[in-house]
Ligand binder design. Structure first.
Ligand code: PEP
Ligand code: MN
Length: 286
């Protein structure tokens, strides 16, 4: 594959992701969300429910994951559901609950933006804006969050190659927003025993090709609660800068993704194990 001076691959006419690529000598990008640094020596853990369902569900989950050591809180207010009849999220009401619990705990919040028309509203509440797998190639949305100065959590499309993933990051970078965290969340393969195939080889590949921080989401990557701890440990061992984990105070009652959500106790235990793995590879979970 040849790249000419403009970065054009002669065979496909696809432009190389220049700003997302690691050039010789480029330092790793560290994305700072309030006081939390992603992409530095420390490994960060983002935890919380798939969707914000109620004040009780969000607050109890948030307080518990914080005491176990999570540094950011996740929770979807606008949910991309496979069926239009499934729970779609609480919308702005969910964002307001996230804001309330942020005030109480000080945890920065991560929440998904699905549409260009929601960017202004979501940016008002979120500390880190999530672009979901289904929207990784929604180019108008990528440009819109690129124009906004909030950090972006970009999830890999379920059918996206590494090159397509980095080109999606390039869309955001091209608009001047350099605060991007890449997230591997599993891809579709022929395998059906897991919800997705968690491509952990993407982590060293992305770290080699790009200077952007890389985190892993073993919840969507496996779809299976019992498998989440092993794949979380493997993700840390393979060099991920952080984890995105679904945790619910009552997983069996969750309105969304209960089967892959850890209970509060399971998350607490996992954090202890993750600290040991981090130490073994010379990193730390703050
Ligand atoms: C999520 O994080 O809840 C989510 C919908 O993830 P993905 O976009 O990776 O499916
Ligand atoms: Mn989910």
């Amino acid at each position: 594959m040849k790249i000419n001076e403009e970065g054009i691959q002669n065979d496909s006419e696809v432009l190389k992701p220049l700003k997302a690529s690691r050039q010789t000598g480029t330092a790793d990008t560290i994305v700072t969300i309030n006081a939390v640094q992603v992409g530095g020596p420390d490994i960060i853990v983002i935890a919380g429910p798939c969707a914000v369902e109620s004040q009780e569900q969000l607050f109890e989950t948030a307080r518990s994951v914080q005491s176990s050591g999570a540094q950011l809180l996740r929770g979807g207010a606008f949910k991309p559901r496979s069926s239009p009849y499934s729970f779609q999220g609480l919308g702005e009401e969910g964002l307001k609950l996230l804001d309330l619990i942020r005030r109480e705990t000080g945890l920065p919040i991560v929440t998904e933006v699905m549409d260009t028309r929601q960017v202004e509203l979501v940016a008002k509440y979120a500390d880190l804006m999530q672009i979901g797998s289904r929207n990784m190639q929604n180019y108008p949305l990528l440009k819109e969050v690129g124009m906004c100065r909030k950090p972006v959590l970009l999830k890999r499309g379920m059918m996206a190659s590494i090159e397509e993933f980095l080109n999606a990051a390039e869309y955001i970078l091209s608009q001047g927003n350099e605060n991007i965290i890449l997230c591997e969340r599993g891809i579709r393969t022929f395998e059906t025993s897991t919800r997705n195939t968690l491509d952990l080889s993407a982590v060293p590949m992305l770290k080699r090709l790009s200077h952007l921080p890389v985190i892993v989401d073993p919840s969507h990557g496996t779809g299976l609660r019992w498998m989440v701890p092993s794949m979380s440990k493997a993700a840390v061992a393979v060099g991920a800068d952080g984890l995105l984990l679904e945790v619910h105070y009552r997983p069996e009652e969750a309105l969304c993704d209960g089967k892959q959500s850890l209970s509060l106790d399971e998350f607490d235990l996992l954090m202890v194990e993750l600290r040991n793995i981090a130490l073994a590879i010379g990193r730390r979970i703050a």
